[in-house]
Design a protein around this ligand. Sequence first.
Ligand SMILES: [Zn+2]
Length: 168
Amino acid sequence: MPLQTYDTQINSVCQPFTPVSHSFDPKTLKSVYSFESNRQTSDMRCPFYGKMNVYVHARHSTEIKDFPFLPKHRQSLVFYYHGYKCRECGHHFMEPIPAKVPNARITIRAAEWIKGLLSRNMPVSAVAEITGFHWETVKKIGSSRNFGERACSAIEYPLRAASVFSGS
Ligand SMILES: [Zn+2]
């Protein structure tokens, strides 16, 4: 059942990250939501040989631009995540971050929104102004067919996680 499969993927991929803080700068209108990994190392599998015998080798963080709640606001998600090393084969690999477009620091839902606005013939400069994304980034998303292709869990997660803070 596709729906069940989808739900299962949402849960299994998203639970490792927990929202830890939210800040808002009224001068720049920028919101930052931070998420920390609570993934169990014992659940991690080496992507090269598939063995579950890895350890935490490093801790990293990355800031990903997200679609803002309000026009002309800026919004970012910061993920604190693990770098692992495999005891079997010695390879390093990074903990996967949900919501992120591969090889770009932008959320999948932001890429989808920008594509949606551009598809209604909104000028690149207007989309850039409203969303806070750089003109070049908006242009690139608009001209790349596969940019921000949907992944199983990615869109659901930041929305739900961000709503935890919305009342504060
Ligand atoms: Zn390995």
